[in-house]
Design a protein around this ligand. Structure first.
Ligand code: SF4
Ligand code: SF4
Length: 410
């Protein structure tokens, strides 16, 4: 049975999904979607403004909250596909397409040199696949992961995001052709290098290799691990050793100055596309709980919220997206935390940007960045202002209708 029929048959309009949804407040979204998805519907029957399908963050909170696992997102996804067929690809859909002149990571890479990883191209047991974001935009993520692997003495090589894209973000935006074109080439390269393990940072890359590629190209003979899973394995194998007291370090650096008792209380931000989409939420928490002298305020993903970046909302409704990101700081503070840990380049960028709108935003660290520090490595260079401005400038240059420009870029 197709998704629409199943939904129409099983949904009893209980409202649990809209109660938790950060975008839609009333059940009219469901009837609007039913109307638009009806085969006989005309293009102009697109949902009305407050139910605009571009407002969905694809966070999946509605799906996990629905007693029947229906939710709203699945309907939104097929509505987005239908809209693409009716009206053609949008400019936004080209942003993560590796073959598009509109690709925002290529633009950023032209303005600021991407990360240069050592070990590119050689045969190795382990391959690190940082993805476009950790190679060109959130460079601290890619650099910190490589530092950890160096410190642990891993034999690894890198498939940099400058040369290799997984295609999953374009796929998620309703444009499957890049993934279909490059997926097999990526798999062939991993086989050529003889790797047994592929480590991905980005939740989108993880989903591509773990879920989408096996469905499209068949089973692979290498293991796919997200950074957090790999770090947890290194800890268990006693290869990753914590050499720095992070409480002392963050206090000395005044990162946690002003907290009640100087304790370092971490809030782990569950990326929607890892936690709810592919079920990874225990490994990052195990890793963080292993770090001496820090505590974790949210031991489960219960009540976790979307950072506002996903589903293309940051590109179409930037103010709304950033306001949603600012809420993560409040959520973390209300849980008694004084540091936010992210595990996705998009979440990190957005939560930093959301924090800039607040008087007392919390410090934000990427998981690999935090663990690299805890291993005793020197701090990885980062420039949050540049990160936010470059990303916004790429949108300004790529999207003809994009006008959000609080940073004064051209
Ligand atoms: S929570 Fe599920 S059953 Fe209830 S209205 Fe939403 S989709 Fe329908
Ligand atoms: S995926 Fe998130 S934003 Fe989209 S409808 Fe569901 S809860 Fe709302």
């Amino acid at each position: 049975m197709d998704i629409l029929k199943k939904h129409m048959l099983e949904c009893d309009l209980c409202g649990a999904c809209v109660d938790v949804c950060p975008s839609y407040n009333d059940l009219g979204i469901i009837t609007d979607l039913y109307n638009y998805l009806d085969e006989s519907a005309r293009p102009e029957s697109l949902p009305k403004e407050e139910h605009d399908i571009r407002l969905c963050y694809t966070c999946n909170i509605c799906t996990v909250s629905c007693p029947k696992e229906l939710g709203i997102r699945k309907l939104v996804s097929i509505a987005r596909e239908k809209k693409t067929k009716q009206f053609g690809k949008s400019e936004e859909q080209g942003l993560a397409d590796p073959f598009s002149a509109n690709n925002m990571y290529h633009k950023i890479g032209d303005w600021e040199p991407p990360v240069t990883f050592r070990n590119e191209g050689k045969k190795s047991d382990v391959i690190y696949f940082p993805g476009c974001a950790a190679s060109c935009m959130n460079k601290v993520v890619g650099k910190s992961t490589a530092k950890i692997m160096d410190a642990c003495g891993i034999d690894y090589s890198v498939m940099s995001g400058v040369d290799y894209c997984c295609g999953s973000v374009a796929f998620g935006a309703g444009n499957p052709s890049p993934l279909q074109k490059i997926g097999q080439k990526n798999i062939d390269e991993i086989h050529r290098r003889g790797a047994k393990i592929l480590v991905t940072t980005c939740p989108g890359c993880y989903r591509a290799f773990k879920v989408l590629y096996p469905m499209i190209f068949g089973e692979q003979n290498f293991e796919v691990l997200q950074t957090s899973e790999y770090l947890w394995r290194l800890i268990q194998e006693n290869k990753l050793v914590f050499k720095r007291d992070m409480k002392e370090y963050l206090t000395q650096k005044e990162v946690v100055a002003g907290s009640d008792n100087g304790d370092v209380v971490l809030y782990y931000q569950d990326p929607c596309h890892l936690t709810r989409a592919v079920g990874i939420h225990e490994a990052p928490r195990r890793v963080l709980k292993s770090v001496p002298n820090v505590t974790l305020s949210n031991p489960t993903p219960e009540n976790s919220a979307c950072c506002g970046f996903g589903g293309g909302v940051r590109t179409v409704f930037p103010e709304k997206s950033i306001a949603q990101a600012a809420k993560i700081h409040e959520l973390a503070k209300n849980a008694g935390s004084n540091v936010i840990i992210t595990n996705c380049g998009g979440c990190m960028k957005n939560i930093i940007e959301g924090g800039m709108t607040l008087k007392n935003g919390l410090p934000v660290f990427d998981l690999a960045e935090f663990i690299s520090l805890a291993c005793g490595n020197p701090a990885t260079e980062r420039d949050d202002n540049k990160l936010v401005r470059l990303s916004n400038k790429a949108l300004l240059r790529s999207l003809s209708r994009y006008e959000f420009n609080p940073y004064g870029d051209k």
